[in-house]
Write a protein that binds this ligand. Structure first.
Ligand SMILES: Nc1ncnc2c1ncn2[C@@H]1O[C@H](COP(=O)(O)OP(=O)(O)OP(=O)(O)O)[C@@H](O)[C@H]1O
Ligand SMILES: [Mg+2]
Length: 227
């Protein structure tokens, strides 16, 4: 249970907007173990999303190393990175990014197209994931017929459909009121009990308090653990 799943060593990401250097990540060392539920916290601009983009293989570091599930991401071609992302990572964002004219079931089933599964098998898997987030009664609803919390649960089901090892959630409750925030956090508690590793970015103390561990970023560095 406590094997390292995500290992960042001197992870650095420098942006060069308009000539100057922005040190979005400035030598981050971090280890997240299999099955952990970690909250990434810190002020706006401290590098939280940049860190998530690296872990999710959406972007590459300028320097340093990231090893996830024993795989060194720097050694991978763009195609291999995309394949890694599809196999290992599920993403949830503040905006749910659901297709508006598509049922909850098909929103969850669609990304499974790339797995080469039959339509029936995709829908079976999607239904199973919607059941996991407590939406079995709403599978044929469109996003506009669902509350914000329910839409985010559909997005979580979509992230789970590919059976990722890691769920990355960047401000998943940022667009939700306090009641629906609790709904979503309850789902994350259930997922962590099933063994998935969760890394969640949040500004909100009460949200971060639900995780097992907190990492505090400031100016592109980790400045504190469990504030
Ligand atoms: N594509 C980019 N080009 C240039 N600078 C960027 C880019 N993305 C992020 N930055 C800069 O890198 C720094 C870290 O940004 P990041 O988005 O990681 O912060 P954050 O902690 O997620 O903030 P927030 O809480 O507002 O989402 C900021 O100074 C930001 O302006
Ligand atoms: Mg951010």
């Amino acid at each position: 249970m406590s094997a390292p799943l995500i290992q960042a060593r001197a992870l650095t990401r420098t942006y060069h907007p308009g000539g100057g250097d922005v040190h979005a990540l400035d030598g981050v060392d971090a280890v997240i173990n299999t099955g952990e539920y970690v909250a990434v916290m810190g002020p706006s601009g401290s590098g939280k999303s940049t860190f998530m983009n690296m872990v999710g293989a959406l972007d590459r570091p300028s320097a340093g190393e990231l090893v996830i599930a024993g795989e060194a991401l720097s050694a991978k071609s763009p195609d291999q990175l995309a394949d890694f992302r599809n196999r290992q990572i599920g993403f949830v964002f503040q905006q749910f990014n659901l297709l508006p004219r598509t049922t909850a079931l098909d929103n969850v089933a669609l990304p499974l197209l790339y797995r080469g599964l039959s339509l029936n098998r995709r829908r079976e898997k999607a239904a199973e994931c919607l059941r996991m987030v407590g939406l079995d009664e709403r599978m044929n609803h469109h996003p506009s017929q669902l509350s914000g919390g329910q839409q985010q649960r559909v997005a979580i089901a979509r992230a789970l459909a590919g059976e990722p090892a890691i769920l990355l959630a960047d401000e998943p409750t940022g667009a939700l009121d306090s009641q629906t925030t609790i709904e979503v956090l309850d789902i994350l508690d259930q997922l962590t009990a099933r063994g998935i590793t969760i890394v969640l970015v949040t500004h909100e103390k009460e949200v971060g308090a639900r995780a097992e561990r907190r990492i505090l970023f400031r100016d592109g560095r980790i400045v504190e653990e469990n504030p």
